[in-house]
Design a protein around this ligand. Structure first.
Ligand SMILES: *[C@@H]1O[C@H](CO)[C@@H](O)[C@H](O)[C@H]1NC(C)=O
Ligand SMILES: *[C@@H]1O[C@H](CO)[C@@H](O)[C@H](O)[C@H]1NC(C)=O
Ligand SMILES: *[C@@H]1O[C@H](CO)[C@@H](O)[C@H](O)[C@H]1NC(C)=O
Ligand SMILES: *[C@@H]1O[C@H](CO)[C@@H](O)[C@H](O)[C@H]1NC(C)=O
Ligand SMILES: *[C@@H]1O[C@H](CO)[C@@H](O)[C@H](O)[C@H]1NC(C)=O
Ligand SMILES: *[C@@H]1O[C@H](CO)[C@@H](O)[C@H](O)[C@H]1NC(C)=O
Ligand SMILES: *[C@@H]1O[C@H](CO)[C@@H](O)[C@H](O)[C@H]1NC(C)=O
Ligand SMILES: *[C@@H]1O[C@H](CO)[C@@H](O)[C@H](O)[C@H]1NC(C)=O
Ligand SMILES: *[C@@H]1O[C@H](CO)[C@@H](O)[C@H](O)[C@H]1NC(C)=O
Ligand SMILES: *[C@@H]1O[C@H](CO)[C@@H](O)[C@H](O)[C@H]1NC(C)=O
Ligand SMILES: *[C@@H]1O[C@H](CO)[C@@H](O)[C@H](O)[C@H]1NC(C)=O
Ligand SMILES: *[C@@H]1O[C@H](CO)[C@@H](O)[C@H](O)[C@H]1NC(C)=O
Length: 849
C-alpha cells in the first residue's frame, strides 16, 4: 500500500495554484533506475573474468601505497591507498592520466595523512599497517582490499565490482564495499525513508539515489529510495564494531544495498572514485571521523534556535507588522518572520518591491524594536533575464553564468521570474560578486535582516527537460560539466552567501543561511529543512528518521516544516506537530501559497494554550540547545540522537526512531496517529531511570530503563522524559524572543540519580559574534549537584577560555527527589546562609545549599 495514496496532488506553478484531486499517486516516477542509463545498465552488470582488475604493487611512500590495475581486456587504472589520521584510509582509483574531475570545496581541508609502515609485498597480496592498530591487506588477483582494526575485519573494498566507463558519453564507474559485524546500515542522506537502510539488491525497489532533486508540483513521496533535495554519500555500518565509507564525489549516484551480505554497490555518473574508509570502531567514532573531513559548523546566533514563522507569503510591510504584533498580543514567542519570493520586485533577488515594502530599513528597524526579532528573505540562484536588472547585466557581461554545452552562451531556463540564467558558483569571481550582493550598500537592509534562505538550488527549473534541473552537459567554470558537480551546486550557493554575510557584518556576526539543496560539507555554511512536505501524520512521522540521519552525517541543524507545507493539517495534527517540532534542532512553521492562514494565534483558545505552552517549553530549553550546538561545533556529535547512538548495547533501541534523544539527557516520543490515548515508549539504558516532565502531573512518574511502557496521552502533550543523573539548565521565564531572555539567570533541574548526583553541561557566550572563536570568550563547564552534601559546583571544561564576561547565575534549582516510582520537586532559591542564588556567580564560587 502506498502511504501517500490519500494525498491531494496539487500543482503549484508560478501564478497557478490549481488543486486537483488525484488519489492515484502510484503513478510510477518516470525517472527511475530502469530509465536512467547509469543505473539500468550497470546495476545488473557483473564484470566477466577478463574484465576484473588485477593489481600490481608499484611503490610506497610514508603515507601511501600505489598500485597499477589492469584487466585482461587491457583496461588500466591507477590505485592509491593513503593513510589518513584518526582511523581512516583513502582509496583513489582512476585512469593513469588522472583526467577525471576532482571535486573541490566539499572537504574542509586536505586531510592529515598518517604514517604507514611494514609494507610487505607478497606474491598474491600486499599488507601494511599504521600506528593506530589498523591493518590493510590488498589481495592482488582480483583486487580486494580488506581493512582491519584491532585484528577485526571491518570493511572490504570489493574490486571485482569495478567498472570504469571512459567514453565521450560516459565516465560512469562502479564499485562495491562490504561490511562485517553489521546490525544495520545507515546514512545515504537524504531520503524520505525509514532510519535503517533497506534491501534493494533484489531489484524489488530502486537503489538509493543521490541526485539533488526538487519534485516541484508532484512532490516527494514518503517511504521510498528516491532522491531528495540533498545528497550526503556517507554510509555507516552499525554493529558491535562499526565502520563506514564516504564517497567524495558530487555526481549523481545510485547505491544498491544488500542486507544479506551487508554490502553496497555504488553506481556513479562521473568524477573520481575517491572513497574514505572510516574504521570507527564505534558509531560515535565514525560520525566524528566523517564530520572531521567535511567540517563542523560555527555556532548560529541564538535567535536561530528560537521559533521561526514562515509562509508563502507575507506580502507587505503591513502584513509583517500585523503578524508580529499578533505574536505579542497573543503571547507567543517568536524570533524570525520569513519573507518568501513576493518581497522582491518581479522576483529579482536583492531588490525590494517598493510598493508593498515601501521602506525596508524602517521596517527592519521596527522588527528589531520588537524584541530584536529578525526577518529572513528568500534568495534563489536563478537570475531574471532583464537588461534593466544590474545583477543580470553584470553576471552576463562578465561571463559568470552557467553556460550551454557550447561553453560560450549562458543557459536559459524558466523559474519564478520567468526566463532566467543561473549563477555559476564554481567560478570564484561569481561567488565573490554574488556574495557582495548581500552587503548593506547593495541590498538595503540592516542586521535585523538576520540571514538568507537559499531555495530552488538543486538547482530547480520549471522546464522539465531533465528532471527539472540542468542538462548534465552544461558547462561551468573551468570547463567542468554539470554532471560532475550537480550535487554540490546548492552548497556552493550557500558558500557564496556565507562569504557575503561575513563581509556584510565585518566578520563579527555569525551568518544564518537556510538551504534546501546540500552536499557533504554544507554544514559549514547552512542549515537545512526537509523541504515541501505535507500536512499528514505520515509526514510528521518520517520527519524524525530524516532528521536523525541528518544528525548522524554532520548536518545537525535540521527540521521539518510545521505542520506540513502543502495541504491543510487538521488542528489535531498541527498540535502534534508543534509538540514534536520543539524537539528538532530547527523549529519553523511554513505554509504553501493558497493554504488558509495558520499562525498559532489564529486557533481556538484551547489550541492556542497548547501551542503556547510548547513553544515556551522550547524557549525554556534554549540553554540545552545552545550547549548541544556548541558541543556539536567541537565534535560533530549529533544534537538529536537515535537510541542506538547513545545505547549501542541495547538491542531494543536498534529499530526505534519514533522516539529519540535530544542530547544524552532528554527522551522524546511523539504521537503519529489521530485520537491517540496512549503511546508505547521504550526506556533505554541499564541503570538509569526516566522522569516524565510533560502532562498535567502533580507528581512526576519515573520509568526504569530496559522496559516498555504505555504512556497515557491526551491532546495537550506528548511524553518527554529527563534521564536520572542529568542536570538540565533552563530559562525560567519566556517573553517575546530569545533576545529578551538570553541574559536571564538559569533554572537548574537536577534529576538526581540513585547516588544523589546530577550533572549537566552549560555553555554561555555573547550569543552572536565570533568572539567565542577569536578571543575564546565563553563559559563552558559541567555543573554538578551533589545532594549528599548539598553542593553545587561548576567545573570549567576549557582551560583556555576566558569566562570573565559571562557569569553563571542561577535563579533556582529544582531538585527531583525520588520517592518510589514518583518524583517530587523541591525548589531551592537561596543558599545555606539565606543568600539568594541569583546574587551568586557559580563560576566564581561553589554554592552550599
Ligand atoms: C520506471 O519508469 C518507467 C517509465 O515511466 C515505468 O514504466 C516503470 O514502471 C517505472 N518503474 C518503477 C519501479 O517505478
Ligand atoms: C610512486 O612513484 C611515482 C613515480 O615516481 C610517484 O609519482 C608516486 O608518487 C609514487 N607513489 C608513492 C605512493 O610514493
Ligand atoms: C612466490 O613466488 C616465488 C617466485 O615466483 C616462489 O618461489 C614462491 O614460492 C612464491 N611464494 C608463495 C608463498 O607462493
Ligand atoms: C560482533 O558480533 C558478531 C555477531 O553478531 C560476532 O560474530 C563477533 O565476534 C562480534 N565481534 C566482536 C569484536 O565482538
Ligand atoms: C501574496 O502574493 C502572492 C502573489 O501575488 C499571492 O499568490 C498570495 O496569495 C499572497 N499571499 C497572501 C497571504 O496574501
Ligand atoms: C509589488 O507587489 C504588488 C502586490 O503587492 C504587485 O501588484 C506588484 O506587481 C509588485 N511590483 C513589482 C515591481 O514586483
Ligand atoms: C522564454 O524564452 C523563450 C525562448 O526565447 C520564449 O519562447 C518564452 O516565451 C520565454 N518565456 C517567458 C516566460 O518569458
Ligand atoms: C560562458 O560564456 C561566456 C560568454 O557568454 C564566456 O564569457 C564565459 O567565459 C563562459 N564560461 C564558461 C565557464 O564556459
Ligand atoms: C562594520 O564596519 C562598518 C565600518 O566600520 C561599521 O559602520 C559597521 O557598523 C560595522 N558593522 C558591524 C556589524 O560590526
Ligand atoms: C479566548 O481567550 C481570550 C484571551 O484570554 C479571551 O478574551 C476570550 O474570551 C477567550 N475566548 C473564549 C471563546 O474562551
Ligand atoms: C478521531 O476521532 C474523531 C472524532 O471522534 C473521528 O471523527 C475520527 O474519525 C477519528 N480518527 C481516527 C483516525 O480514528
Ligand atoms: C561533596 O561531596 C563530593 C563527593 O560526593 C565531594 O567531591 C565534594 O568535595 C563535597 N563538597 C563539599 C563542599 O563537601
Amino acid at each position: 500500500m502506498s502511504l501517500t495514496s490519500y494525498r491531494i496532488l496539487s500543482i503549484f506553478a508560478f501564478c497557478v495554484a490549481t488543486a486537483i484531486a488525484d488519489t492515484n499517486l502510484d503513478i510510477p516516477y518516470p525517472y527511475n533506475c530502469s530509465t536512467r542509463t547509469t543505473c539500468s545498465s550497470l546495476r545488473i552488470k557483473l564484470p566477466q573474468t577478463n574484465e576484473q582488475f588485477n593489481a600490481k604493487y608499484l611503490n610506497a611512500s610514508d603515507s601511501a601505497v600505489d598500485f597499477h590495475l589492469e584487466n585482461k581486456k587491457g583496461e588500466q587504472l591507477a590505485l592509491t591507498i593513503t593513510g589518513i589520521e584518526n582511523q581512516r584510509f583513502r582509496i583513489q582509483i582512476e585512469e593513469h592520466d588522472r583526467h577525471r574531475y576532482k571535486l573541490e570545496h566539499s572537504l574542509e581541508k586536505e586531510p592529515n595523512v598518517k604514517k604507514i609502515q611494514n609494507v610487505k609485498v607478497l606474491n598474491d597480496s600486499v599488507t601494511f599497517e599504521d600506528s593506530e592498530n589498523n591493518q590493510v591487506v590488498v589481495y592482488l588477483n582480483p583486487l580486494t582490499i580488506e581493512f582491519y582494526h584491532d585484528n577485526v575485519l571491518e570493511t572490504i573494498f570489493e574490486g571485482n565490482r569495478i567498472i570504469f566507463q571512459n567514453t565521450e558519453e560516459s565516465q560512469a564507474f562502479t564499485f562495491s564495499v562490504r561490511f562485517t559485524n553489521t546490525r544495520q546500515l545507515l546514512g545515504l542522506h537524504e531520503h524520505a525513508d525509514y532510519f535503517k537502510l533497506r534491501h534493494t539488491a533484489d531489484f524489488s525497489i530502486d537503489p538509493y539515489r543521490l541526485r539533488n532533486t526538487d519534485y516541484g508540483e508532484i512532490e516527494y513521496i514518503l517511504d521510498t529510495t528516491r532522491s531528495m533535495y540533498g545528497s550526503i554519500p556517507v554510509l555507516y555500518s552499525f554493529g558491535n564494531v562499526s565502520s563506514g565509507v564516504f564517497l567524495h564525489n558530487a555526481a549523481e549516484q545510485w547505491i544498491d544495498i544488500n542486507l544479506i551480505r551487508n554490502s553496497a554497490y555504488f553506481m556513479v555518473d562521473g568524477g573520481t572514485l575517491d572513497l574514505f574508509v572510516l574504521l570507527g570502531p564505534s558509531l560515535p567514532d565514525i560520525v566524528r571521523q566523517y564530520v572531521d573531513l567535511t567540517g563542523k559548523p560555527h555556532l548560529p546566533q541564538l535567535w536561530a534556535l528560537g521559533y521561526h514563522q514562515c509562509r508563502w507569503a507575507y506580502n507587505t510591510s503591513d502584513d509583517v507588522m500585523a503578524t508580529i504584533n499578533n505574536f505579542d498580543i497573543y503571547d507567543f514567542p517568536l524570533d524570525v518572520l520569513w519573507l518568501d519570493i513576493e518581497y522582491t520586485a518581479e522576483r529579482k533577488f536583492f531588490t525590494w518591491n517598493l510598493t508593498s515594502f515601501p521602506d525596508p530599513i524602517e521596517l527592519l528597524n521596527w522588527v528589531d524594536d520588537q524584541g530584536h526579532r529578525k526577518l529572513v528573505p528568500i534568495s534563489d540562484p536563478h537570475i531574471k533575464i532583464d537588461p534593466d536588472y544590474e545583477v543580470y547585466t553584470y553576471l552576463l557581461e562578465h561571463g559568470l553564468f552557467v553556460n550551454n554545452s557550447d561553453g560560450a552562451s549562458p543557459f536559459i531556463g524558466e523559474c519564478w521570474p520567468g526566463n532566467s540564467s543561473w549563477v555559476d558558483y564554481l567560478n570564484p569571481a561569481a561567488r565573490e560578486y554574488y556574495g557582495k550582493r548581500h552587503l548593506y550598500e547593495n541590498f538595503p537592509s540592516t542586521p535585523a535582516l538576520g540571514g538568507f534562505w537559499n531555495d530552488m538550488n538543486e538547482p530547480t527549473l520549471f522546464d522539465n527537460l531533465y528532471e527539472r534541473t540542468f542538462p548534465f552537459d552544461l558547462v561551468h567554470y573551468g570547463g567542468v560539466r554539470h554532471r560532475d558537480v550537480h550535487n554540490i551546486y546548492g552548497m556552493l550557493q550557500t558558500m557564496s552567501t556565507h562569504g557575503g554575510l561575513i563581509e556584510r557584518d565585518n566578520g563579527t556576526l555569525r551568518p544564518f543561511i537556510l538551504s534546501r539543496a546540500y552536499f557533504a560539507g554544507s554544514q559549514r555554511y547552512a542549515n537545512k529543512w526537509s523541504g515541501d512536505n505535507w500536512g499528514e501524520f505520515e509526514d510528521l512521522r518520517f520527519s524524525v528518521p530524516m532528521a536523525l540521519t541528518s544528525n548522524l552525517v554532520g548536518l545537525a541543524f535540521y527540521g521539518a516544516d510545521i505542520p506540513g507545507f502543502f495541504g491543510t493539517a487538521t488542528e489535531e495534527l498541527l498540535i502534534r506537530w508543534y509538540e514534536l517540532g520543539i524537539w528538532l534542532p530547527f523549529f519553523r512553521a511554513h505554509a504553501a501559497n493558497g493554504t488558509p492562514r495558520r499562525e498559532p494565534f489564529l486557533f481556538k483558545n484551547e489550541t492556542q494554550a497548547i501551542l503556547r505552552e510548547h513553544m515556551k517549553l522550547r524557549y525554556k530549553h534554549i540553554p540545552v540547545w545552545y550547549t548541544l550546538f556548541y558541543e556539536h561545533t567541537l565534535t560533530g556529535d549529533p544534537m538529536i540522537r537515535p537510541l542506538l547512538y547513545q545505547y549501542p548495547d541495547d538491542p531494543v533501541g536498534y529499530d526505534l526512531y519514533d522516539e529519540f534523544l535530544v542530547g544524552p539527557d532528554i527522551l522524546t516520543s511523539s504521537v503519529y496517529e489521530s485520537n491517540a490515548t496512549s503511546v508505547p515508549v521504550y526506556f533505554p539504558g541499564n541503570n538509569e531511570s526516566w522522569v516524565q516532565i510533560t502532562g498535567n502531573l502533580s507528581k512526576l512518574p519515573v520509568y526504569q530503563s530496559g522496559q516498555w511502557s504505555n504512556i497515557s496521552v491526551d491532546i495537550t502533550f506528548t511524553p518527554v522524559f529527563y534521564r536520572t543523573g542529568s542536570l538540565i539548565s533552563r530559562k525560567p521565564n519566556v517573553s517575546r524572543s530569545t533576545a529578551d531572555i538570553k541574559d536571564d539567570p538559569l533554572e537548574l533541574h537536577a534529576v538526581i540519580d540513585s547516588d544523589g548526583i546530577a550533572k549537566g553541561r552549560i555553555y554561555i557566550d555573547d550569543y552572536e559574534s565570533f568572539d567565542y572563536v577569536n578571543k575564546k570568550e565563553f563559559v563552558y563547564g559541567e555543573i554538578i549537584y551533589d545532594s549528599n552534601n548539598s553542593t553545587l559546583v561548576l567545573n570549567l571544561l576549557d582551560e583556555t577560555s576566558d569566562p570573565s564576561k559571562y557569569p553563571v547565575v542561577i535563579e533556582a534549582i529544582q531538585v527531583y527527589e525520588r520517592n518510589g516510582n514518583e518524583v517530587t520537586i523541591k525548589k531551592i532559591t537561596s543558599n545555606r546562609d539565606g543568600t539568594p542564588l541569583s546574587t551568586i556567580d557559580l563560576s566564581k564560587k561553589n554554592i552550599l545549599l
